[in-house]
Every structure is written in C-alpha cells, then in structure tokens.
Design a binder for this molecule. Structure first.
Ligand code: INI
Length: 154
C-alpha cells in the first residue's frame, strides 16, 4: 500500500509574503483582492500577510527573492499582469519575470508561487482577474496554502 502525502487547504497560523506589481494595477489590484480573500477564507490572519508593491513584473523576482529568504514566511506569492498589447517589450518582461520567479522558487526553502498573468489582450487579463475565468490571484493563494502545508509534511 503506497503512502500518499497531500497538502491540505488550511492556512491557520501560516505567514505569507506577497509581491505585487503596480503596472496594469487595474488588473493586479483585482488579483491581490482575490489572493487576500482566499488566504483569509482559508484561515490565515490578516496580520500574518505582508504585501510588497513593486513598479512592474520585471521587478518581481528580486523582491520575491528577498521575501523567500527572509525566513519569516511559509510561502511567497508573486502577482502581476503582463499584457502584450502593441508592445514588443512584452516578450522580454514576461520571460524575465516568469524565469526569475521560477529560479527563486528552485533556490528557496519555502514555496514560491507564480501568479503573473501573461495575456495577449486586456480582455483576457480581465477574464482572469475576477470575471469569466475566475481569479488567478485566488488560485495562487490556494496553491501557496497547499504547498506550504505539503512542505511541513515532507
Ligand atoms: N510591466 C508589467 O508588469 N506588465 C507589462 O505589461 C509591462 N509592459 O508591457 O511593458 C511592464 N513593463 C514594466 C516593467 O515591468 C518594468 O517595471 C520596467 O521595465 C522597469 O524595469
């Protein structure tokens, strides 16, 4: 009979660090709302959540790294929105942000969760920020809780 180990969705007593970008704040404010709501509804205390705002998604990896190495958090969440629109800048920002956050996660003792939208249009971003396609900030919160709980069990 195998041994199964699953993380549970109970955030009671857990501490979270959230890095969120101001760029496209119309979207990222919604992601942050969804994220905080999900953390609190799963038992996290308001006072156990620290939110750090950065200018854009490109700045997320550096701050995520500081949070992940601070030794104060059970999980760290990076929230942002990179929207292609008309700018070729998109590919560089999207790639550096996601690669950077993944790298921090691989080097970190605590879970680092990617909650950065990369979409072709503003409409797609709106759909993922609390409308048709749910709220990716809330999804990131649930992943953070599950991974933080799993880490304690392993
Ligand atoms: N930052 C974002 O978070 N999303 C974007 O869509 C975006 N675009 O398209 O340019 C963006 N650019 C700013 C970037 O993240 C940095 O803040 C800036 O380059 C300074 O380092």
């Amino acid at each position: 009979m195998p041994t199964y180990i699953d993380g549970q969705l109970n955030a009671r007593g857990m501490k979270f660090g959230i890095a969120v970008s101001r760029f496209n704040h119309f979207i990222t404010d919604r992601l942050l709302e969804g994220c905080l709501d999900a953390l609190i509804r799963h038992g996290a205390a308001d006072s156990d959540v620290t939110v750090v705002r950065v200018p854009g998604a490109f700045e997320l990896p550096a701050v995520t790294k500081r949070l992940a190495t601070a030794g104060r958090f059970d999980a760290v969440i990076a929230l942002g929105a990179v929207i292609r629109g008309e700018t070729p800048h998109f590919d560089y920002i999207a790639s550096e942000a996601t690669k950077g956050i993944a790298q921090v996660g691989m080097q970190s003792d605590v879970p680092v969760i990617l909650g950065v939208l990369t979409t072709d249009t503003l409409e797609q971003a709106i759909e993922r920020a609390g409308t048709k396609a749910g709220n990716k900030g809330a999804d990131a919160a649930l992943t953070a809780i599950e991974m933080a709980d799993l880490r304690k069990r392993l």
